[in-house]
Ligand binder design. Structure first.
Ligand SMILES: Nc1ncnc2c1ncn2[C@@H]1O[C@H](COP(=O)(O)OP(=O)(O)OP(=O)(O)O)[C@@H](O)[C@H]1O
Ligand SMILES: [Mg+2]
Length: 415
């Protein structure tokens, strides 16, 4: 792999998506190759069959290699599942004496203290994302390097996951011949691809409603405040159609994709569609409005779960910019309007931004996390191996002349 070539693998419950991208001087990502395969051995965001998942990942990687004409040796990989936990924690570094300004080493000490959490041995820290600094009680300092103070507090968002889930996923990716550069929490990656800086500043919830999971990331004052993964998604919508209409899963999935809606009141009650039936009867008719009613009930439930999860994290009135829905299930017609009615906040559908080349294929909410992973990879590779967690201030700088620590900070802290 050439130096400026980057790769990401989004291991979803419905599809595996490998992207190969290229860093360009204008700091955009140019997509060189895409490999999408149906997922196998992954349920609710977690690997549940090593061999199947390894094969599916290998096949997605191979497709991306063929379409890009380059080998994928290492990649940023998404991790999901409701084993993931997040919390905000402060690390403190005292600065002895009054003679010298705060340095990068002081920040490193504060980061270290913030992640000294006493986690059980079966958990692993996935991210330590700096949110803001406090210097001698002065809140929301974005870059303390060079400032004078005796006490540096660093507020961080920490994400941890089950060690077993981490090991299983890593084993599958490595089994497919790819080294894991970093695991990135799926909704953090999705947020990276769909959010505007202004939305992060004003406060916003991102919900990535995929096949088996709904990933949530809440941003307040420009920084990530809460993340989690709920074990519900589009699979449950389809499953409700299976139960409600007594149709095989594949027929219900097709029906959902082609005729589904989250707003039954918009559908003519006379409208009927045909679908495959159980029990030897080849086809039967069903009302489109009935289909939408079934979908609406489950979508409302998922939306309420998103709201409760974000509220439990304590955001209250802090998310003025409302909600961005992304992930494959955000393509269900009417889901944004239903969400506005149910949650009484502004809602938009998030498509991945900042991609060039093959944009048509990827210009779909289902690829938010995949594209976000590639952005993430750029950030980390563009920062000389530092692991900055998340960028809160794209576009990113690669000029190579700036002091690394400064760039690292700039990428992390809302200015
Ligand atoms: N037009 C559509 N209407 C309704 N649902 C859709 C539509 N297009 C895709 N979906 C649903 O989106 C889901 C797949 O979304 P996505 O590709 O984001 O999942 P994933 O990333 O593989 O899974 P996860 O992130 O949950 O592990 C499927 O359940 C599919 O039925
Ligand atoms: Mg996903």
């Amino acid at each position: 792999m050439r130096d400026n070539i980057l790769a990401s693998i989004d291991v979803g419950s419905s599809k595996i998506c490998t992207l190969v991208g290229e860093l360009t001087p204008d700091v955009d990502v140019r997509i060189l190759g895409v490999g999408i395969t149906a997922s196998q051995g992954v349920k609710k965001g977690m690997v549940d069959n090593i061999q199947e998942a390894t094969e599916a990942i290998a096949s997605s990687v191979e497709k991306a290699e063929r379409s890009s004409g380059s080998r994928v040796l290492s990649a940023h990989v998404s991790i999901s599942g409701n084993h993931v936990n997040s919390l905000n924690n402060r690390g403190v570094a005292t600065i002895p004496g009054r003679e010298r300004p705060i340095t990068q080493q002081d920040i490193d000490r504060a980061v270290e203290e913030a992640q000294a959490l006493n986690l059980p041995t079966n958990r692993e820290i996935l991210h330590v994302v700096p949110r803001f600094f406090v210097v001698d009680g002065q809140e929301q300092v974005s870059d303390p390097v060079g400032m004078y103070g005796q006490r540096l507090d660093m507020e961080t968002h920490i994400v941890s996951g089950s060690l077993t889930a981490v090991q299983n996923l890593t084993q599958c990716v490595e089994g497919a011949g790819v080294q894991v550069e970093a695991l990135v929490l799926s909704p953090m990656a999705a947020a990276q691809a769909v959010l505007e800086e202004e939305e992060k500043r004003q406060g916003i919830i991102v919900a990535d409603i995929g096949g088996g999971t709904t990933g949530i990331a809440v941003f307040v004052d420009g920084a990530v405040f809460h993340t989690s993964v709920l074990p519900v998604g589009g699979y449950h919508l389809t499953h409700d159609l299976v139960a409600g209409l007594r149709a095989p899963f594949s027929a219900a999935e097709e029906l959902k994709m082609e005729y589904g809606s989250a707003l039954p009141s918009r559908i003519n009650p006379e409208d009927v569609v045909e679908l495959e039936a159980f029990g030897g009867k080849r086809r039967k008719e069903t009302s489109r409005r009935r289909v939408a009613e079934i979908l609406q009930a489950r979508v409302e439930e998922i939306l309420e779960m998103i709201y409760i999860d974000a509220k439990r994290a304590g955001f209250d009135e802090m998310v003025a910019a409302g909600l961005v829905l992304t992930g494959g299930s955000a393509s269900l017609p009417g889901i944004d309007e239903l969400a506005e009615q149910v949650l009484r906040m502004p809602v938009r559908i998030g498509r991945p931004r900042g991609i060039h080349g093959l944009a048509d294929t990827l210009n779909d909410p289902a690829y938010a996390a995949s594209v976000g992973l590639l952005h993430w990879s750029i950030l980390e590779n563009g920062h000389n191996g530092h692991k900055p967690g998340i960028s809160l201030k794209p576009p990113f700088e690669f000029s190579g002349v700036l002091d690394t620590a400064k760039r690292w900070l700039k990428a992390l802290i809302p200015q």
